[in-house]
Design a protein around this ligand. Structure first.
Ligand code: ADP
Length: 531
């Protein structure tokens, strides 16, 4: 087309070029798209050289920002990234590309010798006399690149070429932006796939019609359990009839609120393995439940450890108890033969104290284990009012003795009930109250409050006591943990009460929490489902 006289009316050639370009623009491969635009534009306009320079300031992750086409050998050249950034910067700041980018419309230079807008840069191999340069503008606003066609003879391009190349550039900008979006999507997907496959535990996602829509490499290990997953297949068809996971699908699919995680255990008799399945519903932004996701963990090792723990507890309860009783017995015998104020008696008393402490520790451990694992009466309907009042009555005298005020505020209906074990729940409450009494100086105040919390009840015990240092707050519910607090050296305790409270509440489907500030007091709370 170049060099021929042109009319503003589009010719058949122009139209064919536009058709060719628009077909090409459906390409979603970003880098190939750029190469093709440069090549077709150069050929169609008879240019000897075409250069596409991408905006070095645009927020993007282009592989290359400079693409150069040479007509003599039909070659496409991609400059290496560092060199091309330097080149782009120079052209963008000082060259014709920069002018076009700033003005946001194309420019024709009929003769570079006569036009000061054309800069011949040092080391440039360009012999351009005619130049046609157009911006790639996105959304009428952002210039994402500039395409420059060159010819070594003067007056090779006219207004019609400019108009046509501008149309091509506009179309290419839209296509580029689509390709960029697609590229971003692919990047996100491949990142997600990478993250998923980095997870060793099997992860499976199904949609609302029970089809597998995502899984990771870890899910392959479920084959040994009769679960052979395939994308697009119904999850029920992926599980063999004799698989231990057969029972799990109907459970996973039970409608539950989003983000609520449910957990089940699956035991494989044949493989002698134990698994934990955690499932929750998933949804894209703004949608309601769109399916379910579940993660499977092999907990066989944990189970073995648990068995080992049970054996240790058995050992503690039986095999260690007898020798301890023997030590206590012999100590009593020795005591008979010695003077009460002798040094040996002092040693005997030290042995007594140590063995009593050991017996206490063992009793605590066994107690918690029993609450956790044995069958308990947990279904009794209990009046919350009666529960808190009876716990309060048991500690009232101690508050009075220490000159502490105690108040009870009841902010739920009088007949509120919870289901549970009366003795254990009262013990949990008494533990909170006893601690409040122990860790609050004389003259302080303790307040017990019962409040509603959705479907649950919250019971809190607030004191004006010594509070808990920040670093200890996380740990106070651990077994045998005692925080280091000034002034508590004389306060007796084994650091087990709060652990017992936590165990009791967990056994009742409830939870515990604490907020506290050293020197300012503490609030210990428990939450229980309402019956
Ligand atoms: P114990 O009181 O026998 O040490 P607990 O398990 O009841 O054991 O409590 C664990 C630790 O939590 C206590 O040693 C104490 O440091 C801290 N603590 C518990 N209740 C309070 C409270 N009301 N105020 C300040 N510290 C407390």
């Amino acid at each position: 087309m170049a060099g021929t006289s042109r009319h503003i009316q589009p010719t058949v050639e122009d139209l064919n070029l536009l058709i060719e370009i628009s077909q090409m623009l459906t390409l979603l491969d970003r880098d190939r798209l750029l190469d093709r635009v440069v090549e077709v534009a150069a050929k169609s306009f008879g240019a000897e050289r075409a250069t596409l320079l991408l905006n070095p300031d645009a927020p993007s992750d282009w592989q290359q920002i400079l693409i150069r086409y040479r007509a003599d050998d039909s070659s496409i050249e991609h400059m290496d990234p560092t060199q091309s950034v330097r080149f782009a910067r120079r052209a963008w700041d000082k060259g014709l590309a920069g002018i076009v980018a700033r003005e946001k419309h194309g420019i024709i230079i009929q003769d570079t010798n006569e036009d000061t807008r054309w800069q011949k840069f040092e080391n440039s191999t360009s012999a351009a006399r005619s130049v046609l340069c157009v911006p790639f503008v996105l959304n009428n606003n952002m210039v994402i690149g500039v395409l420059t066609l060159q010819h070594s003879d003067a007056a090779q391009f006219d207004e019609n070429d400019l108009a046509l190349l501008t149309i091509i550039a506009n179309q290419a900008s839209v296509a580029l932006s689509n390709a960029q979006l697609f590229h971003n999507l692919q990047q996100t997907e491949s990142k997600l796939q990478g993250i998923l496959s980095a997870m060793p535990d099997p992860i499976v996602v199904i949609d609302n019609s029970d089809r597998v829509i995502m899984m990771n490499e870890g899910a392959d290990s479920l084959r040994q359990q009769g679960v052979t997953l395939e994308l697009g297949k119904l999850i029920t068809d992926c599980i063999a009839p004799d698989s231990p996971f057969q029972q799990i699908v109907p459970l996973v699919k039970e409608a539950r609120p989003l983000k609520e995680t449910r957990t089940w255990e699956v035991h494989s008799q044949t493989a002698r393995r134990d698994f934990q399945v955690q499932a929750s519903s998933w949804a894209s932004r703004g949608q309601t439940n769109e399916g379910h996701a579940f993660v499977v963990r092999d907990i066989t090792a944990l189970r073995d450890l648990n068995r080992f723990k049970d054996e240790m507890l058995h050992l503690a309860s039986h095999d260690l108890r007898s020798p301890l009783a023997l030590i206590v017995g012999y100590c009593s015998l020795i005591e008979l033969d010695i003077e009460p104020d002798s040094i040996i008696n002092e040693h005997i008393q030290a042995i007594y104290r140590a063995t009593t402490r050991m017996q206490g520790l063992m009793d605590d451990l066994l107690r918690v284990e029993k609450i956790r694992t044995s069958a308990l009466e947990l279904m009794e309907m209990l009046s919350v009012r009666e529960l808190v009042e009876s716990a309060a009555a048991n500690v009232q005298a101690e508050f009075e003795a220490k000159g502490q005020s105690f108040t009870l505020s009841f902010e739920v209906d009088e007949d509120a009930v919870v289901r549970g074990n009366k003795g254990l729940l009262r013990e949990a409450l008494e533990n909170y109250l006893n601690n409040a009494q122990k860790y609050t100086p004389a003259g302080g105040a303790v307040r017990l409050a019962v409040r509603p919390s959705g479907q649950n009840l919250k019971i809190s015990v607030e004191d004006t006591g010594i509070g808990i240092p920040e670093e200890a707050i996380q740990r106070v519910f651990e077994a045998f943990y005692r925080a280091r607090q000034v002034g508590t050296e004389q306060v007796e305790g084994r650091g087990f009460g709060l652990h017992l409270v936590k165990t009791i509440l967990e056994r009742h489907g409830g939870s515990v929490w604490v907020t506290s500030k050293a020197g300012m007091g503490s609030i210990f709370g428990m939450e229980l489902p309402r019956a």
